[in-house]
Design a protein around this ligand. Structure first.
Ligand SMILES: C[S@@+](CC[C@H](N)C(=O)[O-])C[C@H]1O[C@@H](n2cnc3c(N)ncnc32)[C@H](O)[C@@H]1O
Length: 453
């Protein structure tokens, strides 16, 4: 990509030549298209706004802090926003996630595909699809099952049955794509299958936990799987073509299915020229349950097990899986954390949960300090949530804990969230229906990695 076309590839509100300082950018990005290129392939929860990564990379490329061919690292890949933007800016990318579905999604979004194989594999999937789906329905209606199709490992009662067989037929067909065209193509089509899975299941839309439709609504729920699947297939096909046309196919994207609290084991030390990430807001159970959200779509691909998916929310930061011992002196490193914990203790709030979360987060800061090259930029995009109705100043805590590790603070860029794809209120005590303020703004906290690791 040339320098001119590289500048703000997603069309930020600021003109490229105005950007002499990061403060010149309006980080709200109200009204911009966040679904361009492969960013629009799937609605993973709590995605980072791509324009944040876009503008940071354009700025640091312009300043000569990074250059094309460099490596960006993201310890919390999620849907792969950082990796997609990396390639759009001529960078290699490496990332971690403990959710196998996020790993698959990030790889699918960031890996460009060849035009011919993309359209051939699409035609392969669509060939006789209508009549084959009709046969499945007819057999189900007459026999009460479809003997040739093995059902996925999903829990009973979460899908209308004929559609579950239809999904299994799609899964088998995409498995055949893997044999014919390779894993990259199968993975790409599996994202369409995942979208379809969620739409046809009884899981309520617009929720990031796994809630079922009411019994009454379940009786009425008889979605047209073929139209849902083919509509999304066409949409994703076009998005992938647009992306594949503009990016460099020789760059590399590597997403590790592993815990970023021990990321150096996979990524190595002193390798990343820049880090841009958005960590989870808190433990998965009481904030965004990424594992629950992705469970059925992941299981339908047939590539992950039920137990793996159950572990995602336990292994998330603050999930008490005891990889990292909570540090008793952590609050001594950060006055803002100390004050927060004291307030939580006074109110008999969830101070242990907060300490657990920040201990885990600190472990990732330690790993990132080793992974990043000395003095290179590290951007944490964090939201300030409430816990037990106490505001948690995550941006201040991030700065103080990082400084304790030898990072040097550069700038904090506050931004309002105009239409964040997650609830602005949640159940702070994890009681369904009981809501409290969760977040309405974010901070982009930028530090320079420690001089010595
Ligand atoms: C806020 S999301 C990241 C969103 C991402 N920036 C995007 O645009 O889609 C946080 C991600 O961190 C992952 N995660 C949580 N704890 C983790 C850990 N210990 N190691 C690696 N990934 C983790 C979650 O599975 C989730 O996908």
């Amino acid at each position: 990509m040339t320098k001119d076309s590289r500048q703000s590839v997603l069309g930020s509100v600021s003109e490229p030549d105005e950007i002499t300082s990061l403060d010149d950018i309006d980080w709200t990005f109200k009204g911009v298209n966040t679904q361009k290129y492969t960013h629009g392939l799937h609605k993973y929860p709590a995605r980072m706004v791509p324009q944040i990564v876009d503008n940071l990379l354009s700025y640091y490329l312009d300043e000569g802090v990074i250059e094309e061919g460099d490596l960006i690292y993201d310890p919390f890949s999620g849907s792969g926003t950082t990796s997609v933007e990396a390639r759009l800016h001529g960078l290699n990318a490496e990332a971690n996630d403990i959710n196998p579905f996020a790993v698959m999604l990030s790889e699918a979004k960031a890996t460009p595909l060849e035009r011919n194989d993309l359209s051939d594999s699409r035609d392969f999937i669509l060939q006789n699809l209508s009549s084959d789906l009709r046969d499945v329905r007819e057999e189900y209606e007459s026999e009460g099952e479809v003997s040739s199709l093995e059902l996925p490992e999903v829990r009973d009662g979460w899908f209308p049955q004929p559609q579950l067989y239809e999904l299994s037929l799609l899964r088998n067909r995409i498995d055949e794509v893997e044999d014919e065209y390779g894993i990259e193509y199968a993975r790409f089509w599996r994202i369409v299958l995942s979208h379809t899975t969620r739409k046809v299941s009884y899981q309520r839309n617009g929720e990031f936990k796994r809630y079922r439709l009411s019994e009454e609504d379940r009786e009425e729920h008889n979605p047209d799987l073929e139209s849902i699947f083919t509509k999304k297939l066409k949409e994703n096909y076009n998005l992938m073509l647009e992306y594949s046309d503009v990016v460099d196919h020789s760059l590399e994207t590597t997403i590790h299915y592993s815990d970023s609290r021990s990321a150096t084991e996979d990524v190595g030390e002193d390798v990343a020229d820049i880090v841009i990430t958005s960590p989870p807001y808190g433990d998965h159970k009481t904030t965004v349950a990424y594992g629950q959200f992705s469970q059925d779509p992941a299981l339908l691909t047939g590539k992950v097990t039920y137990d793996e998916m159950r572990n995602v929310d336990k292994n998330g930061l603050g999930g008490k899986n005891e990889i990292v011992e909570p540090l008793s002196d952590l609050e001594e490193y950060s006055p803002a954390l100390k004050e927060t914990l004291e307030t939580l203790r006074e109110k008999e709030g969830r101070s242990d949960d907060a300490l657990n979360f920040f201990s885990d987060y600190y472990a990732v800061m330690e790993e990132v300090a080793k992974i990043a090259k000395p003095s290179q930029p590290v951007a944490w995009v964090v939201a300030n949530r409430t816990m037990s109705r106490v505001n948690i100043p995550t941006h201040l805590i991030t700065v103080e804990l990082c400084e304790h590790l030898g990072y040097e603070f550069d700038v904090n860029l506050p931004r309002e969230i105009p239409n964040k794809t997650m609830p602005l209120s949640n159940a702070p005590e994890n009681v369904t229906g009981d809501t409290g303020e969760l977040m309405s703004n974010e901070n982009i906290v930028i530090l320079r990695a420690p001089e010595t690791n």
